[in-house]
Design a protein around this ligand. Structure first.
Ligand SMILES: Nc1nc2c(ncn2[C@@H]2O[C@H](COP(=O)(O)OP(=O)(O)OP(=O)(O)O)[C@@H](O)[C@H]2O)c(=O)[nH]1
Ligand SMILES: [Mg+2]
Length: 437
């Protein structure tokens, strides 16, 4: 379907989550929305647009299903750009299902996932960035991710891109006019003004892209695997970072068998922690499966924390765990845990286990994990990031901005490319261009 084309069928769906609630909304959109809403409510008059009407809802056999508020929003000034009717019913799953069945029996078809938003996009009510923001807003894992999605929905990214495009078109129009007409017809552009506009465009593009790393992390979260040999305190560290007793902790090596997953908010970025089974050679079939899962969690993570027990000398299992971490080649932190006990190893003893990785001291029992939090900020690139609201929060947008014509990888020396002194001498005739007399 082309943008702007209007759908001929009418769709309906329960718009609120599954389960019981005070209110549940059934939404109808399409050319038959008004007729169907009147049909299931047995109204003999059109509802007044954008007013709430108390109505009764019936099934096809005239049996009363529920009392509801009917809200009618005529297109094109509605969410989808089509006629939209919403019935705010009592939020029981059975009542809502029966109201929807009655609407479907009256001629609507079930909406597919995201189809209301798709119609809003196709009818020009939302651009693509805004349509994507709807899903992000609903799924936002942290308040920071919510703020980014809300701004994108309000058109902040679209406006920024539109402004940059308008400036480009403006420059292009002036340059073409200068090429096409004589100097006495069109005065030459001030080269300093052109340079300043290019500089500003370049800077705005770079600023937008600079926010992308943080925005993408806020949207998708960062997966961090806690790995190490058994009994070093991985589960204890997970609990300390989460400030809960999520993972079982005992003094028995091999306590954690499966991968545990839980998130916490680090400066607006959801950190998805994976506590894993201790890595060691084992003949226990259950533990073997756990060790395999640990390796998979490490492979699927964005960063790893190699946990070591600093109260005892390094063991072969520590070397094995470190080798796996090196092989996974993730940004890594080495945590020398149990710092509250007398030290048996120093930072220098473990540098070669994960070359270049920051080494921090932790003590899970005292919830002494601030250094670890700080190291996490560092390895995922949060510590240098601007704390402001990210403009770009999706890989697609990041790639599109990176492809923006003329953008250099990294700032070019001396800012944006300089405009030539004379556009005419730098022109390459486009296809179909006729040589000017
Ligand atoms: N003194 C001290 N003890 C700790 C610390 N962290 C963990 N422990 C103890 O070390 C033991 C093992 O802790 P866990 O968190 O279960 O270790 P793990 O690495 O998850 O062990 P597995 O699941 O068996 O691989 C427990 O008795 C903890 O109380 C710490 O920082 N200091
Ligand atoms: Mg454990």
């Amino acid at each position: 379907m082309n943008p702007g084309a209007s759908a001929t069928d009418t769709i309906a769906a329960i718009a609120t989550p599954v389960g019981s609630g005070g209110i549940g909304v059934v939404r109808i959109s399409g050319p038959q929305a008004l007729w169907i809403a009147r049909r299931v409510t047995r109204r003999d008059r059109d509802p007044r647009p954008r007013y709430a009407h108390l109505v009764a809802v019936y099934d096809g056999n005239d049996a009363l299903i529920d009392q509801a508020l009917l809200l009618f929003m005529p297109g094109p000034r509605s969410y989808t750009g089509e006629n939209v009717a919403e019935l705010s019913c009592h939020g029981g799953p059975v009542a809502l299902r029966r109201v929807l069945d009655s609407i479907l029996a009256a001629g609507a078809r079930p909406a597919g996932p995201g189809e209301f938003t798709l119609r809003a996009f196709l009818n020009g009510r939302l651009d693509l960035a805004q349509a994507e923001a709807v899903a992000d807003l609903v799924a936002a894992p942290t308040p920071a991710a919510l703020a980014v999605a809300a701004n994108q929905l309000a058109g902040r990214l679209s406006d920024a891109v539109r402004d940059m495009r308008a400036d480009c078109l403006d420059l292009l129009a002036q340059m073409e006019a200068e090429v096409d007409f004589d100097e006495d017809e069109v005065p030459a552009m001030d080269r300093a003004v052109v340079a300043a506009t290019l500089d500003s465009l370049h800077q705005r593009l770079e600023d937008a892209l600079a926010s992308a790393g943080r925005g993408i992390m806020q949207r998708h979260g960062v997966r961090v695997a806690l790995v190490g040999s058994p009994n070093v305190g991985k589960s204890s560290l997970m609990n300390a970072l989460l400030s809960t007793d999520r993972a079982i902790v005992t003094e028995i090596p091999g306590t954690t068998r499966d991968v545990l997953e839980e998130s916490f908010d680090l400066d607006g970025v959801p950190i998805v922690l994976n506590d894993t089974a201790g890595l060691r050679e084992t003949h226990d079939p259950v533990e073997t499966l756990g060790v395999e899962r640990s390796s998979r969690a490490l492979e699927g993570s964005d960063a790893a924390v190699l946990v070591l027990d600093a109260s005892r000398p390094l063991l072969r299992n520590d070397e094995t765990a470190a080798a796996r971490v090196r092989q996974a080649a993730k940004p890594t932190i080495v945590a020398l845990n149990k710092r509250d006990l007398p030290h048996a190893i120093r930072a220098d003893d473990v540098r070669d286990l994960a070359p270049g990785a920051p080494i921090v001291r932790t003590a899970a029992i005292r919830e002494d994990v601030n250094e670890l939090r700080q190291a996490l900020r560092h390895v995922i690139g949060l510590d240098g990031a601007d704390g402001g609201l990210a403009l770009v929060a999706s890989v697609r947008h990041q790639e599109a901005l990176t492809r923006a014509p003329g953008r250099q990888p990294g700032p070019p020396p001396g800012g944006a490319p300089r405009p030539p002194g004379d556009f005419k001498n730098h022109c390459v005739p486009g296809p179909g261009a006729s040589p000017r007399a």
